[in-house]
Design a protein around this ligand. Structure first.
Ligand code: DQA
Length: 137
């Protein structure tokens, strides 16, 4: 089973960036633990700060992977292009947000991508990614 986590802008700075909101663990450390927790799943990871690179990756994996876990970061709230890319592919996408976007600024309350995803996991920290892997299993 092939599952990919795609993280969008500024999520390369997890562990350093606003730790009161996003926690103190780097994504690399979390991803190592995740791979140990799911040894029978082929877990892949991609991060980009560029909208086009995220769209290219969705196109690349989106017709043969079993699941995509997408935290599009701030593009969640702005990107019709990423929403269209999700609608264009056949692999199901689960949207994840580390923080509870609904408890934050109003501009974070709207997701362009949510209607094209099978579901969303919001506000449960990095554990949200693990729950999304469990969903696909
Ligand atoms: C985020 C929430 C977004 O609003 C924000 O722009 C991010 C991270 C989250 O994981 O909580 O970059 O997607």
């Amino acid at each position: 089973m092939n599952i990919i986590i795609i993280n969008g802008p500024n999520l390369n700075l997890l562990g350093v960036r606003e730790p009161d909101i996003y926690g103190g663990e780097t994504f690399d450390d979390f991803f190592e633990r995740l791979q140990l927790d799911f040894p029978h799943v082929s877990l892949h990871y991609f991060q980009s700060n560029s909208e086009g690179a995220i769209i290219d990756k969705l196109h690349e994996v989106g017709f043969h992977f079993d699941g995509i876990i997408l935290n599009a970061g701030a593009y969640t709230h702005t990107s019709i292009a990423i929403a269209d890319a999700i609608a264009s592919i056949t692999t199901p996408v689960v949207e994840v947000h580390i923080s509870n976007v609904f408890a934050r600024e109003p501009f974070r309350h709207h997701s362009y991508i949510a209607p094209n995803c099978v579901g969303s996991i919001v506000g449960l920290g990095l554990q949200g990614y693990a729950l999304a892997v469990e969903y696909f299993i």
